[in-house]
Write a protein that binds this ligand. Structure first.
Ligand SMILES: Nc1ncnc2c1ncn2[C@@H]1O[C@H](COP(=O)(O)OP(=O)(O)OP(=O)(O)O)[C@@H](O)[C@H]1O
Length: 630
């Protein structure tokens, strides 16, 4: 079965009858290695092709689908067709010319990418794979076609007719009609990286990295020669599952249950961008973590949609709702936050705060939300769109002390039967960091009963990127630990060309944060300490400073280098060991490249880590850390 990357269920209502039939045939009759998209704007000039099909050996095919009947075609030439409609004669483009132009635009763009070209032989300098284009006439049979002179403007091999896509048609015959539309065949199949590059060029919105998130290229007029010199060597795009998921999120409620680093926030970004161009009401993005909310706000600003997407951490949103609707907030005191939430819930119940205010609501890190919060938030979605997305990873639930999600989602107004997707592949961490974190945490993470309404605990898989082994370092005292960390940071900055903004130091308790901050200040290292609500709200990952924060604050964030300091203080006596282990797991999985863990006294965690045979044996002077305090 072909992979339809624009999943049919979201598009069937938009499709003409013939398009629906054709899409179903593609899904049924093409094998797994065919990729198909429907009705997406492609490339620089944002032209639409009804269908795009890519196959590793066959190449790239663009198709226009027409439900025309023979007697509705008044006249047709190579450029235009005149149709008899209920409103009289109507002139439209010849569909083959449409498909041809779209194909040439794309081919021109793809030919700017040296990695997609042949470098030898007669096709040197041309695409290293074939391409074709054609027309599907869903209401004209081959016999009818041949009885006319249509062949003069629609060559027979570039047309697939009604009787070639019937239920009774043999799949091989259907495929043959598609392959007749290619003029050439190449012996070598497209490699996976080439397929990713093609997707990168076709659909800017699925790019990851510098240009990730653009739904539209900067300028349709920008010179192709210019852009070719800027093409990255490695093109990162969403994987097929992520792309399919991102494109399939239509109306209704949806849960994405993904392991740490599986691209949940990436999909949220795609979704915001897409919906911002469609919806009239604002979009609400909520999370629990203040620093994550700040990071997401930066993301929305970078996408140019900050005016249409409201990002808050949950309690900030509650306070903002009260302010905006002139409802008195509770007095500061014990359980201020709990009372704040209850005040909002009551104000909504009494009609002082209207429901359904948002065109779409997205909840990142939904595992930290309590049932009454989710109920409140789900009531805020405009019933017309009913668009709610909950992103979730139980292994990272670090705030709820009680058993997490020990309630059904339907009990809080979230209806996701049949609409839960699981993402298991961790892209953020290197295989080394990922294995270390996973081996450490797995004995503490217990699976909950799972059905679609309750969220199971997932076993993550590594995407397989390799890097340095994590390191665990012991010191005689915590003060020596903090001074050494400061020295290492300086070393990486000066000798390893690492920007300050790429480094993060995390700790468990405030006194350790203070000591670390003092050590970094004493070493004159630019440092942003997220020690208050104000500084967390000001967090900007791009600021040229080392970030210092608690493990809780680090959730949802990522940095090339993560130093986890003060392991000797974890877990403290009387603390819930499982909860502390989860917290440590969250902190470890923030690292995209290097992970360093430090401690000054043994604990149950450091002993467990030393027992993990994946830790490297440390040789003096032979590590990426530098020797200090000789
Ligand atoms: N298909 C992919 N190819 C390459 N990199 C990817 C892919 N998907 C995600 N990433 C990268 O992996 C990292 C983690 O993605 P993201 O922050 O969206 O994950 P997450 O599921 O929200 O993680 P967490 O729950 O731990 O916060 C990001 O740097 C993102 O760019």
């Amino acid at each position: 079965m072909a992979q339809l990357l624009t999943p049919l269920h979201g598009y069937l209502s938009k499709m003409q009858a013939g398009e629906k039939r054709f899409a179903k045939r593609l899904e049924q009759w093409l094998e797994d290695d065919y990729l198909c998209w429907y009705d997406l704007p492609v490339g620089k000039r944002q032209r639409y092709a009804d269908f795009i099909i890519v196959h590793p050996l066959r190449g790239l095919l663009l198709l226009e689908v027409k439900d025309w009947k023979l007697d509705t075609i008044h006249s047709i030439d190579k450029q235009f067709a005149t149709l008899l409609t209920s409103n009289g004669l109507k002139q439209v483009f010849n569909p083959l010319e449409q498909a041809r132009q779209c194909a040439y635009q794309l081919v021109n763009q793809l030919e700017q990418d040296p990695q997609l070209l042949s470098h030898t032989g007669k096709y040197r300098g041309k695409l290293a794979f074939p391409y074709g284009y054609g027309v599907v006439l869903t209401n004209i049979t081959r016999e009818q076609f041949e009885a006319t002179d249509l062949n003069e403007v629609l060559p027979w091999n570039r047309v697939l007719c009604k009787d070639e896509m019937l239920e009774s048609t043999a799949p091989e015959d259907f495929q043959q009609c598609l392959w007749n539309m290619f003029e050439y065949q190449f012996p070598k199949p497209l490699t996976l990286p080439m397929l990713d590059r093609i997707r990168w060029h076709l659909f800017p919105e699925i790019r990851i990295g510098a240009t990730q998130g653009c739904l539209f290229e900067d300028s349709a007029e920008s010179s192709e020669a210019d852009s070719s010199s800027l093409l990255p060597d490695i093109m990162k795009v969403m994987d097929m599952q992520q792309e399919q998921l991102a494109r399939s999120l239509g109306t209704g409620h949806r849960v994405i249950h993904g392991v740490a680093g599986s691209g949940k926030t990436l999909i949220l970004g795609f979704r915001c961008l897409y919906l911002a161009s469609l919806l009239h009401k604002p979009i609400l993005v909520l999370c629990y973590n203040i620093a994550l909310a700040a990071r997401l706000r930066v993301l929305m600003q970078e996408q140019g949609i900050a005016d249409r997407v409201n990002v808050y951490h949950f309690h900030d949103w509650c306070a903002e709702l009260l302010r905006h609707h002139h409802v008195d907030p509770p007095a500061y005191g014990a359980d201020y936050l709990g009372t704040l939430v209850q005040t909002v819930i009551q104000a909504v119940a009494s009609g002082h705060i209207p429901r359904g205010q948002y065109g779409a609501v997205m909840i990142d890190e939904g595992h930290d939300f309590q049932p009454d919060w989710l109920k409140l938030v789900s009531g805020m979605v405009d019933p017309e769109t009913d668009s709610l997305l909950l992103l979730y990873d139980d292994a990272q639930s670090i705030y709820n002390k009680d058993k997490v999600l020990d309630f059904s989602l339907s009990s809080v107004g979230i209806n996701v039967r049949g609409r839960t997707t699981v993402l298991k592949l961790n892209y953020r961490n290197t295989d080394e960091v990922f294995s270390f974190a996973h081996h450490f945490a797995r004995s503490y993470l217990q699976a909950l009963d799972s059905d679609e309404d309750h969220i199971p605990l997932l076993t993550p898989q590594s995407a397989g990127r390799h890097g340095l082994e994590p390191e665990l370092r012991h010191f005689d005292s915590f003060s020596k630990e903090t001074r050494t960390i400061a020295h290492w940071l300086q070393h990486w900055h000066d000798n390893r060309n690492m920007a300050w903004s790429e480094m993060c130091v995390v700790y468990r308790h405030t006194p350790q944060g203070r000591q670390l901050h003092e050590a970094l200040q004493a070493a004159a290292i630019p440092c942003q300490w997220l020690d208050s609500t104000k500084t967390k709200k000001q967090f900007n990952p791009h600021d040229d400073s080392v970030k210092l924060m608690t493990m809780h604050s680090s959730k949802g964030l990522e940095f090339p280098l993560v130093v986890i300091a003060g392991l000797g203080f974890m877990p403290e006596e009387g603390q819930d060991v499982q909860a502390e282990a989860k917290l440590l797991y969250v902190a470890m999985t923030r690292s995209t490249e290097k992970l360093l863990l430090t401690y000054h006294q043994e604990t149950v965690f450091t002993r467990l880590m030393q027992g993990l045979d994946i830790l490297p044996s440390l040789k003096e002077g032979d590590s990426y850390c530098i020797q200090l305090d000789s």
